[in-house]
Design a protein around this ligand. Sequence first.
Ligand code: GLU
Length: 424
Amino acid sequence: MTEEAKKPSMYDNVLQQFNKTADRMNLNPNIRRILAITNNELIVHFPVKMDNGEVEIFTGYRVQHNNALGPYKGGLRYHPTVDVEDAKALAIWMTWKTSLAGLPYGGAKGGIQIDPRNYSLAELERITRRFTYALGDNIGPELDIPAPDVNTNAQTMAWIADTYMSTKAPGERSQNQHVVTGKPVGTGGLEGRDRATGFGVYLNIRLLHESRGETLEGKKFIVQGFGNVGYWASKFLTRDGAIMLSVQDAHATLYKEDGISVDDLYEHSKPRKGSIQGFDGAPEIDPADFWGIECDILIPAALGNQITASNADQIKARIVAEGANGPTDNAGEKILLDKGITIIPDILCNSGGVIGSYFEWLQNRNGELWQLDEVMAKIEKKITEVFHKVENKVSEEQVDWRTAAYMLAIGRIETAYIQRGIFP
Ligand code: GLU
């Protein structure tokens, strides 16, 4: 999982995927020019007082790719790898994701280049609030709506919402609550938003099995990343009888032939800032052996560019379900496809999160509060509908799942531009 030194660029990857699809669908050349660029790239530097009284300067990013279909939407991540290039790639993926899901949103992404484990909770609160203040009116409930992503959570969103609302006149504060989604349930958050991404990953896997006349009972899966996405996807999969053989995070790789308990591992990792290291319910193995494990399903649910030409050959799974954004680079993808492996692409596989965000945004906008079962039913309906659209496109066009999903996503934006024209 060391991604630093020779990391291939996610931005190159997303552009290659885009160009391949644009050629395949004969995309209008003017629209191709528009979609190949990111509209706005914001870099902010801001000072924060640390617990020891010293001031540290931080760098934050927000890239807004396209808003043809509605306000920019996408997460904020706190990670040492966050930079403009990665934020651009991730923002573009958000545009495709929201378009594919039929949501009235565009795409954005951003974050702060930090390792949050190096800061106290009080410092993280001040960093987040000062970042929000630096972003100012470049975000907003009808302009650009951030959400959780790698190493950010409901607490982070609560601080952003509170800070943003505090900068508004008293009479306008509450109508700005939907400036972010993924908030805690007590402060405008949506019941079920916490599990929405992992549930979507599970549901896509289940739907693919159903299409093949199979169930999840006894299916073996391995998962990279045991954060919000990896945990919830694993929890739902094992509920249907699937077996979690192996889990890998930045600190350890665990393997147990008769299955690892998802709940026990979660209880172990919670007080350890999410780390799975030191779990006594499964032995550790060499991280390099993770990819070659005999299994049915592989779920990359950590960072981008994890499946590349250097390890794709080893993969034995028949299905790769992309819980992370951009976990497979183009060279890795080619190898997997040649081996007959089905890749459920990120923009479909992990779209449960942003679909949940949309419901939270609607709920706030309309002053409503929805129940968990209603929310889960709505997410399931939406994902099932999108899954079958992509599945049909795969057979109509005889293409892989990513290309089919891209064709649908980009086609919807193309239609919007053709209908409304370009200002002035
Ligand atoms: N960060 C999540 C993603 O990559 C959720 C984005 C959102 O809800 O806006 O899809």
